[in-house]
Design a protein around this ligand. Sequence first.
Ligand SMILES: [Zn+2]
Length: 264
Amino acid sequence: MFRRSAWVLMALAAILLAACAHAAYTNRSQLLLISEGQEMALGLQSAQEVLKKEKESHDPFLVERVQRVGWRIAAAANKPEYKWEFHVVQKDVVNAFCLPGGKVFVYSGILDLTTSNDELAAVMGHEIAHALLRHGGERMSMALMTQLGGEAASIALGSTVSPAASQVFNQAYGVGAQVGVLLPHSRAQESEADEVGMILAAKAGYDPAGALSLWGKMDAYAKSKGQNGPAWLSTHPTNAERIAAIKAKMGPIRARYFQRAELR
Ligand SMILES: [Zn+2]
C-alpha cells in the first residue's frame, strides 16, 4: 500500500514539474495536467452531448446574430486549430459557454438580455477567452488533483479519456448545468477573461464598452433574482470591483484595438 502511494506521489510530482504552463496573452503561470489536444477532444465530445440534450433554435434572427458576432470574434482570436461552430439554444436561461475546440453555445435567455451587439460581443469574447486561455483545463487539473488523487496521474499520462475525466471536464466547463455542480471560475481567471474578451471584441470591431453595460445589467439581474441566480452568474460573480477593473482597462483597449478596427 505504501509503495503504491509512494509511486503515485512520485508520478504526481513528475506531472507537476511537466505541467507548468503560461496563459496566452497574460503569461500567468498555470497548472495543466492535460494536453490541449486532450482538452479539445473532450470539448468535441461534450459539444455532441449538449446538442443531444438541448433544443437548438432555428430562429434566423437569433442564429444570424450569434453567427455574425461569433465569426468576427473567432477571426480576431486567430486560433486555426479550432473548428468553430456557433449554436443558439432555445432556453430562457442566462447562459453561454465556449468549449475548447471552438464550439460556442449561446442561450436565448442571454440574447434577450444583451440588447446590443457590443454587449453580445462582450459575452462571446469573455467565453471564447476562457477557452483560449485554457481555463477549463486549469480548473479540471485542480479538480482532478483534489477529487481523483492518484487517478489524475493515469488520466494525465494516458491518451484515452475516462468517464471520470469527462465528468470533471463537464463540471469545469459549465456543461455541468445539466449534470450537477458547476465549478466556479477563480478571480484570476475572471479578470483575465474580462481583459482578453474585451481585446477580442475590440479587434473584431465591437466597442469594448459593451462589457461595462453587460456587467451593469448582470449586476442588476443578479440582485433582482437574489442568491439563486442563473447558471452563468453562479460561475461569474458580479461585483463593484470587477466593474471598476473593466473601467480601468477600457480606455487603453479602446485606443489600441477598437479605434484601429473602426478605420479598417
Ligand atoms: Zn467567466
